[in-house]
Design a protein around this ligand. Structure first.
Ligand code: CA
Ligand code: CA
Length: 205
């Protein structure tokens, strides 16, 4: 029994440490929040591996987003375009409360662009701009993302413009998007890099 309790305390301590490290200022973020549906699109690319799922704190939903983007350079052979996606979570009952930012895996290139916010409501669906396979040429995979807010208002990210827009994901069941998971290709050294390849969003009741 004593050993069992020690292990429980050890796990709690590790869990607490990880939670404080990953959340910075806010510790109520939960990766265990249950979701009602998940949203995917058909044109994501398949390189790399899926990161962890990050969820908005309980009672909050994504009201906006920002992107980590490496600007296209025609002087650089190896571009990566989209490197990360952040969701900004808000509480409809406490509109003035500061947003809590969540993100899944990100890659190392580019800079975070300005936050885009829904004038009202939450993110409900998304569309991904993706460059298809380039054979032996420079590939970038995902380049940009758009979200629909309630009332079908579209927010477009400050991403890059290679590739094409795919189909919209289905619309959230429930209140809105409340979680994210991204597929990122590990840095390839001197090889061709693509960074962010695909994304899955989660919707909460
Ligand atoms: Ca590349
Ligand atoms: Ca490279």
């Amino acid at each position: 029994m004593h050993h069992f309790l020690s292990i429980v305390f050890l796990l709690l301590a590790i869990g607490l440490h990880v939670s404080v490290q990953s959340t910075g200022k806010r510790s109520e973020r939960s990766t265990h929040r249950s979701y009602k549906s998940s949203l995917t699109v058909g044109n994501g690319m398949y390189l790399g591996s899926w990161g962890f799922t990050d969820m908005c704190p309980s009672g909050t939903y994504a009201v906006g987003f920002s992107l980590k983007v490496e600007e296209t350079s025609f002087f650089r052979y190896d571009n990566t375009a989209l490197n990360g996606i952040r969701l900004h979570c808000g509480n409809p009952l406490i509109p003035d409360e500061a947003y809590v930012t969540i993100e899944s895996r990100v890659s190392k290139w580019g800079k975070w662009t300005d936050m885009k916010l829904c004038p009202s409501g939450f993110l409900k669906a998304f569309q991904l701009r993706v460059e298809s396979s380039q054979g032996r040429g420079d590939e970038t995979a995902a380049n940009n993302i758009r979200f629909k807010c309630i009332e079908d208002l579209v927010l477009q990210g400050d991403g890059t413009d290679r590739g094409e827009w795919g189909e919209w994901s289905p619309k959230c069941e429930g209140m809105g998007i409340c979680g994210i998971k991204t597929r990122i290709q590990e840095p390839q050294g001197s090889g061709d890099d693509t960074a962010l390849n695909d994304v899955e969003m989660f919707c909460c009741a």
